[in-house]
Design a protein around this ligand. Structure first.
Ligand SMILES: [Zn+2]
Length: 96
């Protein structure tokens, strides 16, 4: 009877270790997914915002002062100068 109790305790302990390990791995992959998409693009967006005038316009490629960022239908972000902002409005792009 004593052996049976030890075996059950060992199985429960092993189960806990496996569960903790599996959950940690799943959390890590979830974190990677976030950093691959949202976090990096937002950092890039912030960096370009901190340096007005240094980023060329996504449409005409001119360094034409401060850029306004718009989200496109396919999910990408473009920075547009004053001249190209009119085109963005015509295409119903959302300013960020
Ligand atoms: Zn432009």
């Amino acid at each position: 009877m004593r052996y049976a109790v030890i075996m059950v305790l060992l199985l429960v302990l092993l189960g806990c270790i496996y569960f903790a390990f599996f959950r940690r791995r799943r959390d890590q992959t979830a974190d990677k997914g976030v950093s691959n998409s949202n976090v990096i693009s937002m950092d890039r967006h912030r960096n370009t915002k901190n340096k007005p005038g240094e980023q060329p316009c996504s449409s005409c490629k001119k360094k034409n002062g401060k850029l306004i960022f718009y989200a496109q239908d396919n999910g990408t972000v473009v920075g547009l100068c004053k001249d190209c902002r009119v085109k963005a409005k015509k295409r119903d792009m959302l300013p960020l």
